[in-house]
Design a protein around this ligand. Sequence first.
Ligand code: NDP
Length: 444
Amino acid sequence: MQYVERVLEELKAKNPNEPEFHQAATEILNGLKPVVEKHPEYEKAALLERFTEPERVILFRVPWVDDNGKVHVNKGYRVQFNSAIGPYKGGLRFHPSVNLSIIKFLGLEQILKNSLTGLPIGGGKGGSDFDPKGKTDNEIMKFCQSFMTELYRHIGQDTDVPAGDIGVGGREIGYLFGQYKRIRDEHVGVLTGRGLSYGGSLARTEATGYGLVYMTEEALKCRNDSFRGKTVVVSGSGNVAIYATEKAQQLGAKVVALYDSNGYVYDKDGIKLDVVKQIKEVERGRIKEYAARVKGAEYHEGCKGIWTIPCDIALPCATQNEIDKESAEILVKNGVKYVGEGANMPTTLEGIAVFQKAGVVFLPAKAANAGGVATSALEMAQSSGRLFWSFEEVDAKLKNIMVNIYHNMDNAAKEYGCEGDYVAGANIAGFIKVANAMMAHGIV
Ligand code: NDP
């Protein structure tokens, strides 16, 4: 049996009931076949076996008390996956669906994503099955304080630097940081996505969505095209979706749809982002409200229908496995030309195959949404240098990083005989640096 097949088989046997982790590992390792063929020394050093086994998995209890005095217990996770090229770095996700499989898939992806940014950051991920929806500010604070009361002993500015993800935005990072500072009595860059008044970076809030659009813009540019006049469908209506919409609109595109986990809104005249920001960022309400406030906009229950809306560019920005084979086929039939993944693993393996077969330019998450973590690393650089860069400075660096990632994955795909296959290109370009570092460190 070939090396990659053997490692995947063992991984599935050793980690049963982890379907998302299997899915991510399958996508990544299949893309790495040409690399391990070229480097037989990797198999001798069990490099892929070590690469797919986290360095450390931390599981912990998170007890907290709600406003009515009721005691709740959630599960807390931190997977410190790989520190070969730098301290562990990756977000915290608070969502009821969170389990070890999801955190491990996200952590594995994160290793390569962080490597692709060209910055010295390793891969990690964490979170909890806590559901922030419907909780008061006080309950969110209580939960974050309890979560950090355990997590603090495992993280540090040179060891592991978490950030936000689904359900963890500026408010949660603030509460987490406050508790860390209280326990450790140190004001350091141990979390990114911090508020501007306590060490955060300008443009971090916008970075993932903007970065996604910068990379898509570069892909368009390389084909003598642009966002101007294009119809775009964006899924989600959280941090990534909002700022992807903002930048796409600034570049002249018409974004016609968004969703949350209940349903989607369609606005043929183009989404009014100020209304979305008011509903989502200020009121923490549901996207359904948009149709009640904007004349001519429609609301549809359920999410899947969003992919039946004809568009030139699709930017899935909500969660994993949003686009399956059937949705991918409908998108292709309706003429989609570019798909840029803002969320992590939003397309199933079968969905990716449909896009690639149809010649759709498919920009995979680990490259396309790397702008968030790249800007987090810029926040770390500012923290340790006690510096504060302007919005324009950070934004320019972000754009430069996204353009470089695009060309690095494009070149890697060409070099390894799979031109235009950015899934393979991103995996290869990200892996090589990590592999070199792991080989240099010996068997650890
Ligand atoms: P937010 O919590 O800000 O927003 C998430 C959005 O996705 C919400 O609109 C949410 O709807 C929707 N959503 C979540 N789960 C589901 C579901 N099962 N079905 C349908 N809709 C769902 O998160 P972010 O915008 O930060 O993250 C979105 C994606 O981008 C994630 O995959 C994340 O890993 C990825 N990402 C984020 C980065 C960042 O910097 N924030 C960096 C890199 C990747 P509802 O409110 O109803 O739950």
